[in-house]
Design a protein around this ligand. Structure first.
Ligand SMILES: Nc1nc2c(ncn2[C@@H]2O[C@H](COP(=O)(O)OP(=O)(O)OP(=O)(O)O)[C@@H](O)[C@H]2O)c(=O)[nH]1
Ligand SMILES: [Mg+2]
Length: 188
């Protein structure tokens, strides 16, 4: 390898690293009220103490950038904090339509394990899945390929609470907290 190629590779790596750092990846973070979306948004933006959030988010806040480190590599993600009360679910759709997040995170907590008649997460999840798999938006406009996310994940928040009360020997992905969300994203 000539010195020049070596140099070019180093430069490219530096550019790719820099690009990853400044080029924000759009994330969509949704979930029922009180699961901890605003808290997470604070956690990703500030170091140290995270304030106790007492207010419910109303509507959609402007999308903000957050730096995260995965395996030592810096990435920038961009997400908006949106209210989880049912009246704001249409805002999730608007956010997906506008920013076209490639990664969607649905946040839950342990309320359905504490009380099996609580269906907050299940109902919100059904809304989200239906919105994502539909080939039209709610106003009937046809979706384009770029309108679909690449991946959807479930984030079970408040592990400090449910990890203790609902202890399990199963691997984490098999934990009963995720059980109701098995129904897939496949179209029928
Ligand atoms: N124990 C514990 N409490 C948490 C955690 N994350 C958030 N909370 C608490 O959960 C409550 C709700 O948090 P928020 O961040 O306001 O929830 P939200 O999802 O933004 O709610 P909406 O704005 O209504 O959609 C607050 O009292 C937080 O302090 C966590 O990881 N562990
Ligand atoms: Mg909030």
């Amino acid at each position: 390898m000539s010195l020049m190629t070596g140099f070019a590779i180093i430069v490219t790596e530096a550019i790719v690293g820099f690009y990853k750092k400044v080029h924000a990846i759009n994330f969509g973070i949704y979930g029922a009220t009180m699961v901890g979306k605003t808290t997470l948004s604070y956690q990703l933006r500030t170091r140290g103490e995270v304030p106790q959030i007492n207010d419910r988010t109303v509507g959609t806040s402007r999308a903000t950038r957050k730096n995260i480190k995965i395996d030592g590599n810096s990435h920038t993600i961009r997400s908006a904090d949106i209210g989880g009360e049912a009246i704001f679910w249409r805002e999730w759709e608007k956010d997906m339509r506008k920013r076209k997040p490639k990664y969607v995170i649905f946040m839950i907590d342990h309320r359905h394990l504490d009380n099996n008649s609580n269906l907050d997460h299940q109902v919100a999840w059904k809304f989200l899945v239906d919105t994502i798999i539909s080939n039209t938006w709610s106003d009937g406009k046809k979706k384009k390929e770029a309108d679909y996310p690449l991946a959807v994940g479930i984030w079970a928040n408040k592990y400090d609470i449910w990890g203790k009360i609902h202890e399990s020997d199963k691997p984490i992905e098999k934990h009963e907290i995720f059980e109701p969300f098995g129904y897939g994203m496949r179209k029928h």
